[in-house]
Design a protein around this ligand. Structure first.
Ligand code: PLP
Length: 381
């Protein structure tokens, strides 16, 4: 396409953030620190890094090498394509595991690219067994057990079948047996112990392999939940691992949006689609360059806000696709100009706060962060 040639050289050399609506800052040192913090809670257990969904929206190309440098030797993604995209950023000796396992047509691509599939059914096991026979060498695989979540993994009946017919695993070298906790963010939930006990009982009848049960939250349930390998994702990116109590992890993302326009409204003036907000007196409002297409859900309009030098700027009316309007009443006159930027995420108002305003969880806020921000990665220390 010739379009690129029509971009003037000045457009290419100017500060790129000027051309974007907002600047997303990803603090790679904080990710490294969060990894080290998790390791410090683990004793002998190895700590993997889950980087599915483009490292939870933060950029797997930048994030994965940082985690490898700080000691991660096992990475997890959801799909074969994600594994293929990740492979060039890691050493060939670093393992990449594909959580969903391959579809039959993708199994060979998966193993030939040094990606370990998680086998979630007897059918997937059969596909890989046949592939091992075809290729003529043992294939490294992980097996997932369903211990109560009814989402992925072998059922109790499947596990009995495998235990009774070990030849079903011919040609497969099972290096990991794993399961996943449904309620690990609520430590008092009895489902946690129930799942752990099932996991131990099921794993006992399968070939001996490294065991892995916990993701971020499970790490905080204590050593009985650690086994050989833990698989944190969200905690690396600063999301609180438990519903209650302080978050011990460092915030990782910041977001600053350009102000597009400042307007002075009179009593009775209205704002945004549907004219849902009405000024009760004279006020100043700013339209800022971030909208729902950038990951700020319309559902967050009523409770959400931006920040400027510590002043809270409530969102007014509806969030548009590319913009939202905020109330500047709290900011002293003269402190703010049209080329100022306001903060939508900062150290004290992070993904958890935005999630609360939107009625969702930090995971969804992170993975929804838009693709059109100018991204700045601060170096890992
Ligand atoms: C996403 C995922 C993880 C990581 O979960 P976090 O809660 O983000 O730490 C671990 N294991 C499996 C199977 C997953 O799907």
């Amino acid at each position: 396409m010739a379009v690129v040639n029509t971009v003037s050289s000045s457009a290419r050399t100017m500060w790129p953030a000027s051309r974007a609506g907002a600047v997303l800052t990803v603090n790679l040192s904080a990710i490294a620190e969060n990894y080290r913090y998790l390791v410090s809670r683990l004793g002998k257990t190895a700590c993997a890094a889950v980087v599915k969904a483009d490292a939870y929206g933060l950029g797997v190309a930048q994030v994965a090498p940082v985690l490898e440098n700080v000691g991660a030797k096992h990475f997890f993604v959801a799909h074969v394509d994600e594994g293929l995209a990740l492979r060039p950023y890691l050493s060939p000796h670093t393992s990449i595991t594909v959580l969903h396992g391959p579809r039959p047509e993708a199994a060979e691509v998966c193993v030939r690219n040094n990606l370990r599939p998680v086998l979630n059914s007897l059918e997937q096991i059969a596909v890989l067994r046949n592939l091992a026979a075809k290729i003529g060498k043992p294939l490294d695989v992980a097996i997932q057990l369903d211990t109560g979540m009814s989402r992925f993994g072998l059922s109790e009946a499947d596990i009995d079948t495998l235990a009774a017919s070990p030849e079903l695993l011919t040609g497969l070298s099972v290096s990991l047996v794993m399961s996943h906790l449904a309620c690990a963010d609520t430590p008092e939930n009895p489902a946690n112990t129930m799942q752990r006990e099932r996991f131990e009982a099921y794993a006992h009848v399968l070939p001996k392999a490294a065991l892995s049960l916990s993701a971020s939250s499970g790490i905080f349930l204590g050593p009985q939940f650690h086994f050989d390998l833990v698989r944190p994702g969200a905690a690396l990116y600063g999301v609180a691992p438990q519903n209650e109590g302080d978050n011990p992890l460092k915030p990782v993302v910041g977001l600053q949006a350009h102000i597009l326009q400042i307007r002075h409204l009179s009593k009775g003036d209205r704002v945004g689609y549907g004219l849902t907000w009405q000024a009760s007196g004279p006020c100043r409002v700013a339209t800022i360059a971030t909208g729902y297409a950038d990951g700020f859900a319309r559902a967050g309009a009523a409770a959400g806000c931006a920040w400027y030098k510590g002043y809270r700027l409530p969102i007014l009316g509806r969030i548009s696709m590319d913009s939202m309007t905020v109330d500047l009443s709290a900011v002293p006159e003269g402190l703010l100009e049209e080329d100022s930027m306001v903060e939508l995420l900062n150290e004290s108002y992070g993904v958890a706060a935005v999630a609360k305003a939107e009625g969702t969880i930090g995971y969804e806020v992170l993975t929804s962060l838009g693709r059109r921000y100018h991204r700045v990665y601060t170096a890992a220390a």
